[in-house]
Design a protein around this ligand. Structure first.
Ligand code: PNS
Length: 167
């Protein structure tokens, strides 16, 4: 079985990620969306919440699995028998970081290749960070994330406001 892995923080998944998932899934028997669960990072959503939101957003694509992982990506890829890592590239600014990660992963496991896909132009400005910032100030994110994610973001920031005594 031809398996690829699409890793990321997905905090939260955006239409930009979904675009890469939909386009790349056509080329593989199985695409595993791998959500980094890093105890040292402080994401807005827990790994379980991020996995849930992605599962909800990819229901219409049959060959997708969504899992969280800890530790090295190449170790997780090996366990899953995936030899291809999919990464999306937006602008030149993504390139240096992505090159560094691809070369490090290659150094760690020479049998695993990174395939880069250019993002669709309409999502080239989109990132999870920008979406969170806009949502935190109550801006419209309808065209940026699936509706389940939009609802979760609204709830999350509402809860934060209440906890911080914003009402
Ligand atoms: O969405 P992101 O935050 O750009 O994703 C980064 C990710 C999860 C792909 C990267 O941090 C990663 O692979 N982390 C796992 C640890 C690892 O394998 N590091 C070595 C490669 S530099």
């Amino acid at each position: 079985m031809n398996t690829a892995i699409y890793p990321g923080s997905f905090d939260p998944i955006t239409y930009g990620h979904l675009d890469i998932i939909e386009r790349s899934a056509r080329f593989f028997d199985r695409l595993i969306v791998a959500v980094l669960s890093n105890p040292q990072k402080q994401p807005l959503f827990t790994a379980e919440e991020r996995v849930d939101m992605i599962r909800d957003s990819v229901k219409h694509i049959p060959n997708i699995e969504v899992e969280s992982f800890q530790g090295l990506l190449v170790d997780f890829a090996r366990i899953k028998k995936a030899r291809i890592i999919i990464k999306g590239l937006r602008a030149v600014s993504d390139f240096e970081y992505e090159l560094q990660m691809a070369l490090m992963n290659k150094k760690l496991d020479n049998d695993i290749e990174t395939f880069f896909m250019m993002t669709s132009a309409k999502y080239s400005y989109l990132s999870s960070s920008v979406v969170k910032e806009v949502a935190s100030f109550g801006g419209c994110i309808r065209d940026l994330v699936p509706s389940a994610v939009e609802n979760r973001l609204r709830k999350k920031f509402l809860a934060k406001k209440i906890n911080n005594g914003g009402f």
